[in-house]
Design a protein around this ligand. Structure first.
Ligand SMILES: [Zn+2]
Ligand SMILES: [Zn+2]
Ligand SMILES: [Zn+2]
Length: 160
């Protein structure tokens, strides 16, 4: 997904069905390429996460999922989330301990996650150059970086 599409997603309202289709198509493709199975549970959890752009917590997901599968346990959700994160289909928002679906999972990207504190919608902004700069700066200090997540809190267009 290109930058123009990202900007469209940032605008509300937009055709969200397109976002859902994009996420599910990426999931099918990534799983096929990796030779792993997108089980019904994994797919359903991804659909639930991608049903909106709001960050959703694991227990909120469990509540939704239990409406369809009474026997679902937290571990069911955590296993599916681990799989989806590993595949790059879902990102964790550390500051909210919640998750969002990725709309550009097939493309290499390093995003700043923009989080609206009012409506909880969260969007990715590709900022690979920012990450590159920070990694380079840390290396200058003889520090070996592994992971970095930048989360920017604020207000989205419709809430500001
Ligand atoms: Zn959308
Ligand atoms: Zn992403
Ligand atoms: Zn908002």
């Amino acid at each position: 997904m290109n930058k123009t599409a990202d900007e469209k997603v940032l605008q509300q309202p937009h055709n969200h069905q397109h976002c859902m289709t994009q996420a599910l198509q990426s999931a099918e493709k990534i799983c096929t390429d990796k030779g792993v199975r997108l089980t019904a549970i994994r797919k359903r959890i991804l659909e639930l996460i991608c049903s909106s752009h709001k960050a959703i917590g694991a227990y909120e997901l469990l509540d939704l999922f239990r409406k369809e599968d009474m026997k679902a346990k937290p571990v069911t959700i955590y296993r599916a989330l681990d799989f989806l994160m590993e595949a790059g289909l879902v990102h964790k928002i550390e500051s909210l301990n919640a998750f969002i679906g990725c709309l550009q999972a097939e493309t290499q990207h390093q995003s700043v996650i923009l989080i609206c504190d009012n409506c909880k919608n969260a969007f990715e902004l590709d900022a690979s150059s920012v990450y590159k700069t920070i990694f380079a700066m840390s290396k200058e200090k003889q520090f070996t970086p592994t992971t970095l997540t930048i989360e920017l809190h604020g207000l989205c267009d419709s809430c500001s």
